[in-house]
Unconditional design. Structure first.
Length: 138
């Protein structure tokens, strides 16, 4: 994981806490380990991936995503290596109890996605609240 911080007001503890949630819950949870329990710990229950289809905004809820991952893992002949990705945190910014991160997702050296994650701190715990993304043509 590589990362540069662009958070002049955020402490290193805040940046580290956000990076940990992203690494454990998103990079390992959604991709490399397919650990939906880790995703449930690090994503807010109301999390959604937001995307655009023309003028329409799509919303892909966390529960739907978790179920899709579990269904995929249960398929006969599923190869977990097929979902492994190289993931990089490009930047993290935070102010008070909100933060944002830019991450990049690669497969076999090719950039697949640039994601922008919004995070909110609830008590002492940072949670990923939403994601918007750009898909790169390969």
């Amino acid at each position: 994981m590589s990362m540069s911080s662009t958070a002049p007001g955020a402490t290193s503890d805040t940046i580290d806490a956000i990076a940990t949630v992203i690494t454990q819950s998103y990079f390992q949870g959604a991709f490399n380990a397919l650990d939906t329990a880790a995703m449930a710990r690090g994503f807010h229950p109301d999390f959604a991936i937001l995307g655009a289809e023309g003028e329409h905004m799509d919303r892909y809820a966390l529960g739907t995503w978790l179920a899709a991952i579990e269904a995929r893992k249960a398929q006969p002949g599923f190869d977990s290596a097929s979902v492994r990705r190289d993931c990089k945190i490009i930047s993290i910014d935070a102010t008070a109890n909100v933060g944002a991160a830019k991450v990049e997702i690669y497969k076999d050296g090719a950039l697949l996605y640039t994601d922008y994650l919004s995070l909110i701190r609830f008590g002492a715990q940072w949670k990923i609240a939403s994601k918007v993304y750009a898909e790169h043509a390969n």
